[in-house]
Design a protein around this ligand. Structure first.
Ligand code: PHB
Length: 385
């Protein structure tokens, strides 16, 4: 009874919350894991947000943009509580960030109730955008980036694969997308291994991979976890076993890639962004990001940077109308040239359509980078019906 009353009260406050936002400011509640095991995601997204604002100022369509950054530590209960406080107390016009799938999922009902956009900058499970018409995504989805690799692999001598993924939304998306396309292309999945999200120990799973003797192991681990994975991959001697390592680009995340050492050389992944993407826009982006934030940008940083671009362009289009529905409508269908390449926000799914690149880790000027060697242009998430 008490819980039900509390829920009703929160719903009432949420619905009322947006009505009183000051007219001359536009407030963005930016919720990110700034501490805990996924703090690198928070740092990267926030770095992208800061770079966009450094380059484009804080006035759009007569509104002063104010970003309120809050740390959820990567815990869904915290994300939910912070989202409610930001709406009710701070009267934010838009919620952004969301470093992991469960955090984005937990907030979707709140966005619906409050009628304000939930701009997902990092989390990448396909189904997130289906949780609320107010959810819109700036980053990518796992089926989008995993599928093209399942076309590349069989053409390059890979016929038997073991999949090894982190056991939650994006990992399951990656496993399903890769496996279904790979088998449709005549390949065989020897084994599908799922590893816990919390405190992962890959050693026993890697032993299973070694015993199965596949041509390759396909890997998804969330951004940041690649270092531990690579260390255990080497310790188990898999780097010398002849079993190739392939995966989505998360495992060789630009934030940690250069510290992995030569074991990462030759790893082939598919992804929507590499810091080595050869375009003038990206060269300027990487330089600006390093100067401002003191680190190499990874793919999550683009979610922050292009997410802010989406908000700025939307506010310009609505001439400062900050209503949630109008903003989401103005973000749908946007097309722009990002440091990652061309991007269009699919008006039907509210997900980015973008190039997916096949890349190989190489040494460039003494540093490790994922160097792109093939492009699948403007590829759409095939998991959306
Ligand atoms: C997610 O939780 O959705 C997620 C996190 C990190 C990634 C990809 C997906 O690298």
């Amino acid at each position: 009874m008490v819980t039900r009353l509390k829920t009703a009260l929160v719903a009432l406050l949420l619905a009322a919350g947006t009505a009183h936002a000051a007219d001359d400011t536009f407030k963005i509640g930016l919720i990110l894991p700034m501490t805990g095991p996924f703090a690198s995601t928070g740092r990267q997204v926030d770095g992208g947000v800061k770079l966009w604002m450094q380059q484009h100022g804080d006035m759009v369509a007569g509104k002063k943009i104010q970003v309120i950054l809050k740390d959820d530590g990567g815990t869904p209960d915290q994300t939910r509580r912070i989202a409610q406080e930001l709406i009710v107390n701070d009267k934010v016009n838009l919620l952004a960030g969301f470093g992991l799938t469960p955090l984005a999922m937990a907030t979707a009902p709140i966005a619906t109730q409050a009628k304000i956009p939930e701009l997902v900058m990092a989390a990448a499970t396909s189904a997130i955008t289906e949780q609320s018409p107010y959810v819109i995504r700036a980053g990518f989805t796992l089926p989008q980036v995993a599928t093209p690799l399942a076309d590349w692999a069989p053409k390059n001598g890979i016929r038997k694969v073991v999949t090894l993924v982190t056991d939650y939304g994006p990992g399951i998306d990656a496993e399903k997308a890769f496996s279904s396309r790979f088998t449709a292309n005549g390949g065989t999945i020897v084994e599908s291994i799922r590893v816990p999200l919390k405190n992962p120990d890959f050693a026993p799973f890697l032993q299973k991979v070694a015993d199965s003797k596949p041509d390759a192991v396909f890997v998804f681990v969330p951004s940041g976890v690649g270092s531990v994975f690579m260390k255990q991959f080497t310790e188990r001697g898999l780097d010398k076993s002849g079993i190739k390592l392939i995966g989505t680009g998360d495992v060789v995340d630009d934030d940690i890639l250069n510290d992995m050492g030569d074991v990462a050389l030759g790893v082939v992944t598919s992804f929507h962004y590499s810091a080595a993407h050869p375009s003038p826009e990206n060269k300027a982006y990487v330089e600006g990001f390093k100067k401002l934030n003191g680190m190499r940008p990874n793919f999550h940083s683009l979610g922050g940077y292009d997410g802010m671009r989406m908000v700025y362009k939307a506010l310009e289009a609505t001439k400062g109308n900050a209503e949630g529905e109008a903003l989401v409508a103005a973000m749908k269908g946007q097309s722009f040239e990002s440091p990652r390449g061309p991007v269009t926000i699919d008006p039907a799914t509210r997900d980015p359509i973008q190039n997916v690149y096949i890349r190989k880790v190489e040494k460039v000027n003494g540093e490790l980078y994922s160097v792109e060697f093939a492009t699948i242009p403007m590829f759409k998430d095939p998991a959306h019906k």
